[in-house]
Design a protein around this ligand. Sequence first.
Ligand code: DP6
Length: 361
Amino acid sequence: MEEKSFILPTYRFLKDSGKVTWKAPSNIALVKYWGKKGVQIPANPSLSFTLDHSATITTLHFSPLAHESSEFSYEFFFEGKEKKDFRPKIDDFLSRIEPYLPFLKHFHFRIETSNSFPHSSGIASSASAFAALSLCFVDMERMMTGSMEEALFNKKASFLARLGSGSACRSIQGPVMHWGNHAEVEGSNDLYAVALPFKIHPVFSSYRDTIMLVDRGQKSVSSTAGHQLMHGHRFAANRFEQAHANISILKEVLGEGNLDKYVEIVESEALSLHAMMMTSIPYYLLMKPNTIAIIQKVWEFRLDTGSHLCFTLDAGANVHLLYPEYEEPQVIPFIESELIEFCEMDGLIKDQVGGGGQKLS
Ligand code: DP6
């Protein structure tokens, strides 16, 4: 599909006020998106598990304006409080999606949003936030068109979410999402994410992700700035090639349920992402001593027990611990006795693979 196919033929704008509520989860990349071009076009394909409990719930209230407005007309509330400092980001997002949602300036919106995870946890909420808001807007558009096929609905929600934050496009559906052109993934493209079109071994349908909150502070370098540093990066071409190759391997591994190979690819991806940060100019480090302490403990635990517990990292210090559900009786006591001391205020979030966005009203 091309960009223009997301501009739907004419439809009748709603005459009445109304509201829609959607919940969208966060996601954790197994193969990392790092580097982009143009308007949110990824430099390499990525693959993620959709999460379940870490989610944003957004209600979009809409009321028609008497006349088209010259500016976007909206109020934005986060956890019950009006948040003016979020407006520049939302304005940018609305400007980017307006060509695909021609009704935006014909309505006043009240956007109410809240997260299931603490705002101060250092967990990126932009993926779930842009996914939830995009689902609300496409749902509103569906009301105006009378109907919309589910496949188009999901593609368009993912397409719009991508324009807010790249990784958000992988939060619309689950359990395993793929985003970005890849020669071996049919239907893959740079504009929106698709559910990985291969058999997934049942062990992955209930895979656990326990998120260790090592650092709740503001990151020293934002993801957006980090992506930019891949332009002219001396290892960029190799990194992009590595991501393609890792997806080729991982799609087999996910089908076979080969957990040893899974652990190898996932940890290698996490460390490669951070290696790109350490070798950017300017270079920087987002891991903290406690990030490394957890990684080393995980490696020792695997050697001692034969477990498949492994880690991955986003662009930050927090550690995502991934393991099969059946290892929970072994892994949880280990986390609680050996790893919790490395988390700020003993913070962790227990999550697992999930199914994607859900309509709540
Ligand atoms: C390391 O999606 O946050 O988490 O498109 O600038 O909003 P923007 O970046 P963002 O980057 C995510 C980077 C990552 C890897 C990943 O999720 O694939």
